[in-house]
Write a new protein. Structure first.
Length: 95
C-alpha cells in the first residue's frame, strides 16, 4: 500500500546536518526517493552546494513538509529556521 499526501504543493524541504557524512548520504537517497514519488525537493539556504543535490528553487517555507536529517541538534536548528520564516512561537516547537 502506498501512502499519499493530500496536498497541493508537492515540495519537500530538506534540512541536513552537512557536517555528518552519513547525513549527506542519506539526504541524497531521500531526495531521490521523493522525486521518484513525484515530489519536488528544495534545500535550506546554503546546503545545495555542499550536498550536490538539485533543488527546485521553492523557498523552504513554502514546502509541504520539512524533513531533518542529521544528529543531535539538527531538529532544533531547523526549528529555528522555520520559526523565523513562519513566525511561530516557541510553544509550536515543543514535542
Amino acid at each position: 500500500m502506498t501512502a499519499t499526501l493530500g496536498i497541493a504543493n508537492k515540495v519537500i524541504a530538506l534540512y541536513v546536518d552537512v557536517e555528518r557524512e552519513a547525513a549527506r548520504s542519506i539526504a541524497a537517497r531521500v531526495a531521490a526517493e521523493f522525486r521518484l514519488q513525484g515530489f519536488g525537493v528544495t534545500l535550506c539556504l546554503g546546503q545545495r552546494d555542499v550536498l550536490k543535490i538539485d533543488s527546485d528553487g521553492t523557498p523552504p517555507e513554502e514546502s509541504a513538509l520539512l524533513v531533518t536529517i542529521g544528529g543531535d541538534g539538527t531538529l532544533l536548528r531547523a526549528a529555528r529556521i522555520d520559526r523565523k520564516s513562519t513566525r511561530l512561537n516557541s510553544s509550536h516547537i515543543t514535542i
